[in-house]
Ligand binder design. Structure first.
Ligand SMILES: Nc1ncnc2c1ncn2[C@@H]1O[C@H](COP(=O)(O)OP(=O)(O)OP(=O)(O)O)[C@@H](O)[C@H]1O
Ligand SMILES: [Mg+2]
Length: 323
């Protein structure tokens, strides 16, 4: 089915409301090759099918390849132009795509990479992402747990962790969630002026039996109840959406539930089980054809799973019902 035929089925994308902040979703997961870019592009296209314009941003700085998932060439201007100051308005480098309602910002593919992004550049980029003209923005994050990657993840309204049912991916997903939680604590501690309290706790963590983020929060609340309360409030918006990808069996599907309880029990981290996506040969087939899966196989069950996941993300009440 061609794009134009498909577009007859979609609601017309609504223009963004001027002055309204946009909603940012980020897809991370720690491990490489688990489907973050595939998921980001699929969720973005699903949103456009629901009449919601999106800008998809390749933040896999250094090895950007999201354009391949969309089946398009790298646009002339990339994030490098914005970070280096050659372009001041990020909207200028958001390229239109063949998909109605979808814009694309390409990542770095030259000498500039994630290590070159200092704090100012990062802050400027986060502010600019919030100022993009589409009502939704999706960030495809790179692998790993670098501070920059974690900062983009934490800046998002929906923090999605992709995981496949392999032990290495699960291990990396936990590491990613823990690292982002500690990063969030670091951000909160400087705002609340409680660095010394946290540092003292971390220095003598064995003595205090601190092994997880939950232990640390408990320790702070006991040592300084007021600081503990303010900290708990500051980090209350830290909620992670776990999305299982490449699912093959019933056991794989159940993994989402056990990850949710492990997060709560051992780390004190709130995680929702957002949903799961099947392993499907249609993924590499569409990639090889350079046609996004959602466009190429719109009526497949895997696209149905992406549409459901998108609806869950749009509707927090439904999201809670999934769990
Ligand atoms: N549900 C799925 N079924 C089958 N194959 C999949 C599925 N999801 C992803 N893949 C395959 O996994 C590979 C990696 O996907 P992708 O590039 O999206 O991962 P990534 O996490 O973005 O990787 P990187 O960390 O390198 O950016 C691709 O070849 C893709 O075809
Ligand atoms: Mg990728």
């Amino acid at each position: 089915m061609s794009n134009s035929t498909w577009n007859q089925f979609s609601s017309a994308p609504q223009a963004s409301t001027p002055g309204m902040p946009n909603v940012v979703w980020a897809i991370g997961g720690g491990k490489g090759g688990i489907g973050k870019s595939f998921i980001s592009s699929s969720l973005a296209i699903c949103l456009t099918r629901m009449g919601k314009p999106v800008t998809l941003v390749d933040l896999d700085l250094g090895s950007a390849n999201l354009h391949t998932c969309l089946g398009i060439k790298i646009p002339n201007q990339t994030l490098s132009d914005f970070v280096s100051g050659r372009v001041t308005d990020l909207n200028q480098i958001a390229a239109n795509t063949e998909i109605a309602g979808l814009k694309f910002i390409s990542g770095f593919n030259d000498a500039l990479n994630i290590a070159d992004m200092n704090r100012n550049a990062k802050g400027r980029l986060i502010t600019a992402l919030r100022g993009l003209s589409t009502p939704y923005v999706i960030l495809d994050l790179g692998a790993g747990t670098s501070e920059t990657t974690l900062d983009f993840f934490l800046a998002a309204d929906q923090k999605i962790v992709a995981v496949t049912p392999e032990p290495t991916s699960i291990e990396n997903a936990y590491r990613f969630m823990k690292s982002s939680f500690y990063r969030k604590l670091r951000q909160a501690e400087s705002e609340l002026g409680i660095q010394s309290l946290i540092e003292a706790a971390m220095d003598s963590r064995n003595q205090h039996g601190i092994r997880s983020p939950a232990d640390l929060l408990r320790f702070i609340a006991q040592s300084n109840p007021e600081a503990g309360m303010r900290l708990a409030q500051k980090i209350s918006d830290f909620q992670i959406q776990v999305l299982l990808n490449q699912v093959r069996t019933r056991q794989d599907i159940d993994l989402g539930h056990s990850m949710k309880s492990v997060c709560k029990k051992y780390f004190g981290i709130e995680a929702n089980y957002l949903g799961y996506i099947d392993h499907d040969n249609a993924v590499w087939q569409s990639l090889r054809k350079r046609r996004p899966l959602v466009v190429e196989y719109p009526y497949s069950s895997i696209v149905g799973q992406f549409m459901q996941t998108t609806k869950n993300l749009l509707n927090p009440t439904a999201l809670r019902a999934v769990i």
